[in-house]
Write a protein that binds this ligand. Structure first.
Ligand code: CP
Length: 320
């Protein structure tokens, strides 16, 4: 696997899940695979889980790891071609990327949506340059539009906790004071559409996700109706994707706290498991009561980030 950005990159999803559970049972099984190989993890944005779980995954495979926080200690990078670099940016991404590629065997990149241009974000302008110019396999550690390592971990968690063959999974928008990207809900929708689940998306009007990710999923604007009989509730905020009104891209249109997932919503579910990718703002996205309940699986979900990253890195090492 030379690029990991979406569910299709894994090929057979059942096979990938079997591999995940094999690794979960013995996470050092492939420890010799990464001997003398180096993973470079590049962060343009903050992280706790992705940073730690991906390092741990690389160590499970016997790899060396280098972590670069671009905004702390590296030269400030210009990303636009054709710019006269007479400002505060000392290095261009077009030199920096191939240089980074010289020091490693695989590259992971985190670069969030910038909300300056929907076109640039949805064309994955930064990540595509890493794919084009690094000369290395590249995996997405949350890009402008997708967060595949998270969604793979989410799917592993659903497989572990499901109590029926084809569970009902509801992804609900929830309020948040700041504009957040659509990467997590985009990927979650993409992965749930590929999995054997009954998938429903609920959000206020104006928050329609890009059709390439929604696919054939049912969209229900009445949150309480969507929640009925749910086996899993996946809460997430996202800012306006700008599908129906491009001028609203990246804006916060709604702060309605009646959408906060609490006892009222969970009461109409099938005793659902509660999921969130974390970090989460309590009593905005979800109440203390729900996230602390025995039905909350947010911690095992985060733990599965190590497993999803180990599978992905293993497959990249196998492609070298
Ligand atoms: N869920 C997730 O990606 O967490 P971090 O932003 O802390 O890496």
């Amino acid at each position: 696997m030379r690029v990991f950005r979406g569910v299709k990159d894994l090929g057979d999803l059942d096979g990938a899940l079997r591999e995940a559970f094999e690794i979960k049972a013995d996470r050092f099984k492939y420890h010799d695979l990464g001997r003398n190989k180096t993973a470079l993890l590049i962060f343009f944005n903050n992280s706790l889980r992705t940073r730690l779980s991906t390092q741990k995954a690389a160590m499970n495979l016997g790899m060396n790891v280098i972590v670069l926080d671009v905004n702390q200690g590296a030269w400030k990078l210009e990303t636009e071609r054709g710019v006269v670099m007479d400002g505060d940016k000392s290095e261009h991404l077009l030199e920096a990327i191939p240089v980074m590629g010289c020091y490693c065997d695989v590259i992971g990149v985190r670069s969030f949506a910038r909300f300056e241009s929907r076109e640039d974000d949805y064309n994955e302008k930064i990540l595509n340059q890493f794919i084009q110019y690094s000369g290395r396999p590249v995996f997405f550690m949350e890009s402008a539009t997708v967060h595949p390592l998270q969604s793979f971990a989410d799917l592993i968690t659903i497989e572990e906790y499901k109590e029926c063959k084809r569970p009902k999974v509801v992804m609900t928008w929830a309020p948040h004071p700041k504009a957040l990207p659509q990467a997590v809900p985009n990927s979650f929708a993409e992965w749930m559409n590929a999995a054997d689940v009954d998938f429903v998306i609920t959000h206020p009007e104006g928050y329609e996700l890009d059709p390439q990710f929604v696919g054939g999923a049912r969209v229900e604007y009445d949150q309480m109706k969507a929640m009925e009989g749910a086996d899993f509730v996946y809460a997430k905020n996202w800012s306006c994707p700008g599908v129906t009104r491009p001028e609203d891209y990246g804006k916060v249109l709604n702060m309605d706290r009646s959408w906060t997932v609490g006892a009222r919503q969970m009461a109409v579910t099938n005793n659902a498991r509660f999921m969130h990718c974390l970090p989460v703002r309590r009593n905005m996205i979800v109440t203390d009561e729900v996230i602390e309940s025995p039905r909350s699986v947010v911690i095992p979900e985060a733990a599965n980030r190590e497993i999803s990253a180990t599978v992905v890195l293993k497959r990249m090492l196998e492609s070298l």
